[in-house]
Design a binder for this molecule. Structure first.
Ligand code: ATP
Ligand code: MG
Ligand code: MG
Ligand code: MG
Length: 465
C-alpha cells in the first residue's frame, strides 16, 4: 500500500514513519554532493512532495539520475520534517522504482516549463498533468461535491433528466439533432431533400438544452428537486463563456416565488464558495498568485455581501444614464450582452446583482406573466468579472396563460400536452433556475476561457478525443 501526497503533506502520517508514495516526477535536481531531489506529484493536492535520494541506492546512477519530468515512480523511505521552506515534510528515500519512462524527454509536450494555456488546449489528454489544470480539476470537483451536499442538506432530491429529448426548452433554436439514420441511405422527401423528421426511431430528437421542463414534473410531486447534468447548445458565436457541451445545475422548487428562489440561489452560491475557500486553499492560493490576483478576496466579498436587486427596467435606465458607449446599444427590450451585465455588477452595484422581470419577448414560453402584460417573472444573477451565471424564473402555473403564450409563440400545445397536465392536475406556483456549472468554475478560478475548466471542451473546433 502507499500514501497519497496530500496525506503525507498534511500530517496524516508522522515524522519517522516508513512510507511509500506513487506518482510522477515534476522536477529532478542533483546536488554536487551526490544527492538528488525529486518533486513527486500524484494529483491529490497542489504541492508535490520532495524525495531526497542518496547516491548509495543501487540504481542511483543508472536510473535515478536519468529521471525526467513525467516519469512515473514508486518511492519508499522515511517521512521526515523538511528543513526547506514551504513544505512540512519530505521523504528520505530508501528505494526508487521506475514504473514508466518518458520517451524523448526533450520532445515531451508537458516538459517542465511554463506553457501557454492555448498550447495546453492542444493537449487535452496530457494537460491534466500541469499545475494549472490539476488545480482547476480539484476546484471543479470541490464545487460539484459541495453543490450536491448543499441540496442534500436542504432536503432536495437529485433527479436524472434525459439527454435525448423531443422539445426545445429554451426555444432558441440552438439544438443538436440526434439520429439513428443510416447515413448512406438517408430518407428523402418527395422534393428530394433529406427527411430529418423521422430521425429517432421515427421521431425528431435532439440533445437537451436544459433539463428544466422534465425536472418541473418532479417538483410538482416531490416539491424540492434538482437536476445536474450535461446540456448541449449549438452556440452560433465563438466566445470565452460558451461551450457546445456544458453542465447545468437546475433546482426546481414547488410553492416558491421568484424572490424566494433568488434568495435560495444566493445561499447556494455562498455555500459552495465557502467550501472552496476552506477545502481547496492550496489551489485557490495558486490561482490568486498566477491567474487572478483577487481570486480569494472576491469570493470572500461575494460571501459577505448581500446581493443587489434591481428590476430589468431600472437596470436599462442605469445603463442608459451611465453615459457609457457600449458596443451594443441599450434600449428597453434588449437581451443584455456581457458588457452590459458586467457594467451593472462591476461598476454600478460593485457586487453580484439579481436582475428581475425581463421583457416577455426575450424570454422562453414557460415564464410567468406579470400583471403588466409586458414582463415575465424572470431573473438573472450577474457576477462581477463574468456577467450572467444564473438564469431563472417563476414558471407559468396558470393553464390559460400558458396556452396563450404557446399560441403567441406559434408552439403546438399538443407537443406540450404532458407539460400542460401539470397545470391541469393540482397546479401550484413553482420556480427554479439554471446555473452554468462550467461558468461557475471559470469564475471561481479566474480562468479566462471556459474551454480550460472542462476536461474535453466541445466548441466549434473539435479535437479527436
Ligand atoms: P448567455 O446569455 O450567457 O448565452 P443564456 O441566457 O443563453 O446564457 P440560460 O438559458 O439562462 O443561458 O442558461 C442558464 C445558465 O447556463 C446561464 O446563466 C449560463 O451560466 C449557462 N450557460 C448558458 N449557455 C451556456 C453555454 N453555451 N456554455 C456554458 N454555459 C452556458
Ligand atoms: Mg445563450
Ligand atoms: Mg442570457
Ligand atoms: Mg439566461
Amino acid at each position: 500500500t502507499h500514501t497519497s501526497v496530500a496525506d503525507l503533506l498534511t500530517g496524516k502520517r508522522q515524522s519517522g514513519e516508513q512510507v511509500t508514495v506513487k506518482g510522477w516526477i515534476r522536477t529532478r535536481r542533483d546536488s554536487k554532493a551526490g544527492i538528488s531531489f525529486l518533486a513527486i506529484h500524484d494529483g491529490s493536492c497542489f504541492h508535490p512532495i520532495q524525495a531526497v535520494v542518496p547516491n548509495s541506492l543501487d540504481n542511483y546512477q543508472d536510473e535515478v539520475t536519468r529521471l525526467t519530468t513525467g516519469c512515473s515512480v514508486t518511492v519508499s523511505g522515511t517521512l521526515v520534517e523538511s528543513l526547506g521552506e514551504g513544505q512540512a515534510f519530505e521523504i528520505q528515500a530508501e528505494q526508487v522504482d521506475v514504473l514508466g519512462w518518458v520517451e524523448n524527454p526533450d520532445s515531451y509536450p508537458m516538459a517542465a516549463k511554463r506553457h501557454s494555456i492555448e498550447y495546453l488546449r492542444e493537449y487535452s489528454h496530457l494537460r491534466a498533468r500541469t499545475n494549472v489544470i490539476g488545480a482547476v480539476t480539484r476546484i471543479r470537483n470541490c464545487l460539484s461535491q459541495a453543490m450536491h451536499r448543499f441540496f442534500h442538506e436542504q432536503g432536495y432530491y437529485w433527479i436524472s433528466t434525459p439527454i435525448i429529448t423531443a422539445n426545445d426548452c429554451e426555444g432558441a433554436g440552438e439544438m443538436f439533432r440526434v439520429s439513428t439514420l443510416d447515413l448512406a441511405n438517408l430518407p428523402r422527401t418527395e422534393q428530394g431533400d433529406v427527411d430529418f423528421s423521422e430521425d429517432f426511431f421515427g421521431k425528431e430528437a435532439f440533445l437537451t438544452v436544459s433539463g428544466q421542463l422534465n425536472v418541473e414534473t418532479y417538483a410538482c410531486a416531490l416539491s424540492k428537486v434538482y437536476t445536474f447534468g450535461p446540456t448541449f447548445r449549438a452556440e452560433k458565436s465563438n466566445t470565452s463563456r460558451h461551450l457546445a457541451e456544458f453542465w447545468m445545475v437546475e433546482p426546481e422548487i414547488a410553492f416558491a416565488d421568484l424572490d424566494e428562489t433568488a434568495a435560495f440561489a444566493e445561499k447556494m452560491l455562498k455555500y459552495v464558495f465557502n467550501a472552496v475557500l476552506s477545502e481547496r486553499r492550496d489551489d485557490m492560493e495558486f490561482f490568486a498568485q498566477r491567474i487572478q490576483k483577487d481570486a480569494i478576496t472576491r469570493l470572500e466579498n461575494f460571501i459577505n455581501k448581500d446581493f443587489a436587486q434591481v428590476d430589468y427596467t431600472d437596470a436599462i435606465n442605469i445603463l442608459i444614464q451611465s453615459g457609457r458607449q457600449f458596443e451594443y446599444p441599450v434600449e428597453w427590450g434588449i437581451d443584455m450582452s456581457s458588457e452590459h451585465e458586467r457594467y451593472l455588477a462591476e461598476e454600478h452595484f460593485k457586487s453580484p446583482v439579481v436582475v428581475k422581470n425581463y421583457p416577455k419577448d426575450i424570454k422562453a414560453f414557460y415564464m410567468r406573466m406579470n400583471d403588466d402584460g409586458k414582463t415575465v417573472a424572470a431573473m438573472d444573477v450577474l457576477a462581477p468579472g463574468i456577467g450572467e451565471i444564473i438564469g431563472g424564473s417563476q414558471r407559468e402555473e396558470r393553464l390559460d396563460r400558458l396556452d396563450a403564450r404557446l399560441s403567441e409563440m406559434n408552439l403546438n400545445p399538443e407537443d406540450y400536452s404532458w407539460y400542460r397536465d401539470l397545470r391541469r392536475y393540482g397546479t401550484v406556483p413553482h420556480s427554479g433556475f439554471g446555473l452554468g456549472f462550467d461558468r461557475l468554475v471559470t469564475y471561481v478560478t479566474g480562468m479566462q476561457n471556459i474551454r480550460d475548466v472542462i476536461p474535453f471542451p466541445r466548441a466549434p473546433r473539435l479535437a479527436d478525443y
